[in-house]
Design a protein around this ligand. Structure first.
Ligand SMILES: Cc1cc2nc3c(=O)[nH]c(=O)nc-3n(C[C@H](O)[C@H](O)[C@H](O)COP(=O)(O)OP(=O)(O)OC[C@H]3O[C@@H](n4cnc5c(N)ncnc54)[C@H](O)[C@@H]3O)c2cc1C
Length: 501
């Protein structure tokens, strides 16, 4: 197909629908610079096409909730190849969905129609690491766990850690501004990302891949791409500050008789452990039982957890093992000896295997829920003292509508990052149904808004929450977001219908 014909064809299509579908001419063009294995297409093609089922892993999200209809996935190996693809798509009005590890929980990485999927999986090389400054410069498609393993021999750790670390990519982490388990200690990616390389909507490469800790030369443009979920540009390179690995890490899981004890416990733990406290995670009883049921990590004995309403996982990371262990043991003794103990029992990890096992209990909750049923996920920021109120109110609301039961909503639970004020409210049902969806929304959003909370603390807006953005952002902010989108992506080809409706 000649380019001229392609344009006429496009003019016809664009009258009928907002974007052009990927066609044979597009695939032929991609083949001029991408190897065969870097293009998966179901379109009939001289160079071969794949069965539709081969695209399922790209067209379906981690939860099995969102399904796209992409006919083609491209996997560029370099920034230059990303730029060529994006330039072409911008010219011919083809919408693109950037995709990292596809572990996002709000449908952001899945096409809403038949957009082209641009997978960063083949951009997986570390560009440089400086063991003195701890600055890592890497392709966006590197998997978080692999980066962790890469810098471990240099005694450094990644500033973020999350349950999906074996699959999620650093570019996806940046695009979602992922929080995770280390935010309490190392802060958000807005602080630790030092620079980015981004392919803009017209194919221009924005090179802000600096390794400077300080740079006050005008607007800090890279911040806009952190958490933009691929709607403003495609992140191809990341410069990130990695902290020195702690010399000693310990963790303990504590069983609490009442939720009311969580906040006094948090205060006490912060005071006693001060600089060595690195995580304070909350798991309610339902979430804990599900994690244990589905073999996620090791729990306490049945005797220890009898009567426990909830659990917290405390992690310490410090410079000297004896010092840290002494502090932790003192704290535990104080907690158990008190006249009105805040905890019922606790288990302290004794070796690296137990350390991982206790963490698996908390990190594995998301996976346990997905094994148990279909999850309605609300990732909210609310005042700490409202964690239980929100979970209970949601459960009661569903019960009033007769939606609790083995064939409807099986469990309502809360877990999350207490240190960051972030609760994962999860409703685990037998199936996704409109009735449950309608019962939950806008109920949950209105509840969150009544506490001036955020409807998305760390997972983003994606496709799941575009209609609810106004609960956490005022009209002025949303209007500015629209203007920024129009400025960065005038033709709207980058991840359409995500974040903004
Ligand atoms: C078991 C489990 C535990 C999780 N725990 C946490 C947690 O503790 N904290 C947390 O914040 N999240 C968590 N998540 C959610 C998810 O893992 C994160 O959002 C993660 O950062 C997504 O990375 P990814 O590479 O999989 O991105 P994807 O899912 O592929 O994409 C997510 C979004 O980013 C965009 N995107 C991806 N790569 C790029 C790129 N290079 N350039 C531009 N845009 C891009 C996509 O278009 C999409 O909008 C968890 C998920 C699972 C399954």
């Amino acid at each position: 197909m000649s380019f001229l014909f392609r344009r006429q064809h496009l003019a016809f299509i664009s009258r009928c629908r907002p974007f052009s579908s990927v066609g044979r001419a597009d695939v032929d063009y991609f083949r001029t610079f991408l190897p065969t294995h870097a293009i998966l297409t179901t379109l009939p093609n001289d160079s071969g096409s794949v069965a539709p089922a081969e695209l399922d892993v790209y067209n379906r999200d981690w939860m099995g909730k969102y399904t796209g209809r992409a006919t083609t996935v491209v996997k560029p190996r370099s920034t230059e190849e990303v730029s060529k693809i994006v330039r072409w798509c911008n010219e011919y009005d083809i919408a693109i969905v950037p995709q990292g590890g596809n572990t996002g929980l709000v449908g952001g990485s899945i096409p809403v129609n038949d957009e082209l999927i641009l997978s960063l999986a083949n951009m997986n090389k570390v560009r440089s690491f400086d063991p003195v400054s701890g600055i890592l410069i890497t392709d966006a498609g590197c998997i978080l766990q692999e980066l962790t393993d890469y810098i471990a021999p240099h005694n450094h750790i990644m500033p973020i850690d999350l349950g999906a670390k074996g699959s999620c990519q650093i570019g996806g982490n940046v695009a979602t501004n992922a929080g995770g388990l280390r935010l309490l200690r190392y802060g958000s990616l807005h602080g630790s990302v030092l620079g980015l390389e981004v392919v803009l909507a017209d194919g221009t490469v924005l090179d802000q891949l600096t390794a400077l800790r300080k740079d006050n030369t005008g607007y800090d443009i890279k911040q806009l791409f952190i958490g933009a979920e691929g709607t403003l540009g495609i992140v191809t390179g990341v410069s990130i500050l990695t902290p020195a690995a702690p010399q000693a890490s310990n963790n303990v899981v504590l069983a609490l008789p009442h939720f009311d004890n969580v906040l006094p416990l948090y205060r006490k733990v912060k005071r006693s452990l001060s600089e060595i406290l690195s995580a304070f995670e909350f798991i309610d009883r339902t979430a804990y039982d599900l994690a244990v049921k589905h073999g996620q990590g090791r729990g306490l004995s049945d005797e220890d957890v009898a009567g426990a309403q909830c659990f917290v996982l405390v992690e310490t990371s410090g410079g000297r093992r004896e010092h840290d262990e002494e502090k932790l043991n003192d704290l535990l003794a104080e907690l158990l000896d008190a006249e009105n103990p805040l905890i019922l029992s606790g288990v302290l990890s004794q070796n690296p295997a137990q350390f991982s096992s206790l963490w698996a209990l908390r990190e594995g909750v998301t996976e346990a829920i997905s094994k148990e049923g279909k999850a309605y996920k609300y990732d909210i920021s609310i005042p700490l003292d409202k964690f239980k109120v929100v979970v209970d109110a949601t459960r009661e609301h569903l019960a009033e509508r007769n939606l609790i039961g083995e064939h409807a909503v099986k469990h309502v639970m809360g877990y999350g990052h207490v240190g960051d004020g972030n609760l994962h409210l999860n409703i685990c049902a037998a199936e996704y149904t409109q009735e449950i969806q309608d019962a939950l929304e806008p109920f949950v959003y209105e509840l969150v808004a009544s506490y001036r909370g955020s409807i998305s603390a760390e997972h983003g807006i994606g496709a799941a929450k575009t209609h609810a953005l106004h609960y956490s952002k005022d009209e002025v902010s949303i209007e500015l977001m629209r203007k920024l989108k129009a400025l960065f992506d005038p033709r709207g080809i980058l991840n359409p219908k995500k974040i903004l409706e």
